[in-house]
Every structure is written in structure tokens, then in C-alpha cells.
Design a protein around this ligand. Structure first.
Ligand code: ZN
Ligand code: ZN
Length: 240
């Protein structure tokens, strides 16, 4: 399957990534994507953007190097209720795409029940489109509850390519994705593959995730990267 899009990446604005918007977009166009998303970390990650950065995303063109661009944020889930680190108004008015994820820099890792509740709470938020990297063995969760929550709230679950790379600091991502993907297949829940690229050189590399999906023979119709239309339909399912 050819992947047409990747909507999770970071630029220098996130404080620990290394490309500019132009460099990331050019690399995405060169990779053959039709749609690319840049999603800077929200408050809670040291050195990342303040609110005014997100409010000014409106000045950026939504077409660069011949491809469609989306600008948004990877917002932190900060407690066991799934509370988020950006205001609703800002999320609604200024972001094309909203990803929510747990980062241990601003989340106290709980037990399985608490971490699962955190994800379920975030997914219930009507503005959250995608849950990033629900794959880290250091943050135990109940995968069946996660997948059923995604189904009920129409939130996309991510298969994060970076988590599957050898240099990842996350633990047991591969094993956890086996469990998650099995449940997604069982309950007919779609996933999105994203690079989470922090450099222009990582843009376009979804190979680890692709290999994993083919290893488990995951159904193509449950991968929204197959077309921009499929991805946008998934977004509007949640948003409507
Ligand atoms: Zn993240
Ligand atoms: Zn990220």
C-alpha cells in the first residue's frame, strides 16, 4: 500500500526538533505525500511553543511545494481524566489538526486503570482527532478499552513509526502494537500511521510501521493513510 499522508511531525519550534517548516514540507513533497501535517508540542514540553505561536499559524500557506499542509499540535494529556494542555478555544479556532498524547515530562505515570482513563477522557474530547503513540510499555494501558473507546468516540489511533525505530526510548512498542492491531481488526477500528519526524531526514520514513502492518496482515481498509479522502472522512466522522 502506498501511503499518501503523514500528519504528525515537529519543527525547531517544538524545542527539540531540527527542521524548519520549509525543510519539512519540501521533504514531504519529495517523499510523494499528498498531505503533510506539522504538529508542534503544546505547553508542558520544555522549550516548545507558547499560545501565540499556535494563534499565528493562520499566516502559513496550506499548500507548499505542491502538497496540502495542515498545521496543528500534539497536545499533552496531563491527568487521569484526560485533561489537555491547550485551551479549547485555541484548539478549535487555530488548529487544523489536534493530536493528544501522553508524555512523561508532564504526566505522572499511573497504573493501568489510571492511564487507560486518561486516554479515554482525551478521546471523549470532541476536538481530539488522533491519539499519538499509545504504545509505550512504561505507561501500561488496557488495550481493549482503548480500542473500544476509539471506536465509540471515532478517534484515530496512531501507529507511530518513531516508536518502532531502534533508537526509540519507548518500551515494547512492537509487542503492544501487535495487541492493539489485533483488537482494531476484531472491532473494525481504523488506525493512522505517522512518522512523528523530528528532522527533515525522517520525513517520508514510515517503513517500520509498514513492515509491522504487513507482518500482521492488517486490513488495508482500516489504514487511513491509503488516501487523503479516507483520512478526511475519518476526521469528519469525529468532528460531526
Ligand atoms: Zn509524542
Ligand atoms: Zn510528536
Amino acid at each position: 500500500m502506498e501511503f499518501k499522508l503523514d500528519v504528525h511531525s515537529h519543527t525547531i519550534a517544538s524545542g527539540h526538533a531540527f527542521g524548519t517548516v520549509s525543510e519539512m514540507a519540501a521533504a514531504a513533497a519529495e517523499s510523494g505525500f499528498e498531505l503533510f501535517g506539522i504538529t508542534e508540542h503544546a505547553k508542558g514540553i520544555p522549550g516548545t511553543c507558547t499560545d501565540i505561536y499556535f494563534k499565528n499559524l493562520r499566516v502559513l500557506p496550506r499548500q507548499l511545494y505542491g502538497i496540502e499542509m495542515m498545521f496543528g499540535s500534539e497536545i499533552n494529556i496531563i491527568d487521569y481524566n484526560g485533561r489537555l494542555s491547550l485551551d479549547n478555544e485555541l484548539m478549535k479556532e487555530f488548529l487544523d489538526i489536534r493530536i493528544a498524547g501522553i508524555h512523561e515530562l508532564c504526566y505522572k505515570i499511573g497504573d493501568e486503570e489510571q492511564n487507560t482513563a486518561a486516554y479515554l477522557g482525551a478521546m471523549k474530547h470532541p476536538l481530539v482527532d488522533i491519539i499519538s503513540h499509545p504504545d509505550d510499555g512504561r505507561i501500561p494501558i488496557n488495550y481493549e478499552a482503548l480500542v473500544l473507546g476509539a471506536k465509540e468516540t471515532k478517534t484515530l489511533l496512531e501507529v507511530n513509526n518513531s516508536s518502532l525505530c531502534p533508537e526509540s526510548f519507548r518500551v515494547n512498542a512492537r509487542e503492544n502494537y501487535f495487541v492493539m492491531l489485533d483488537l482494531c481488526r476484531k472491532h473494525n477500528v481504523p488506525v493512522i500511521v505517522n512518522s512523528d519526524a523530528h528532522t527533515p531526514y525522517a520525513v517520508g520514513d514510515l517503513n517500520e510501521a509498514k513492515a509491522l502492518l504487513s507482518e500482521v496482515d492488517f486490513p488495508e481498509e482500516l489504514v487511513v493513510n491509503r488516501s487523503v479522502k479516507a483520512f478526511k472522512e475519518a476526521l469528519s466522522n469525529k468532528r460531526n
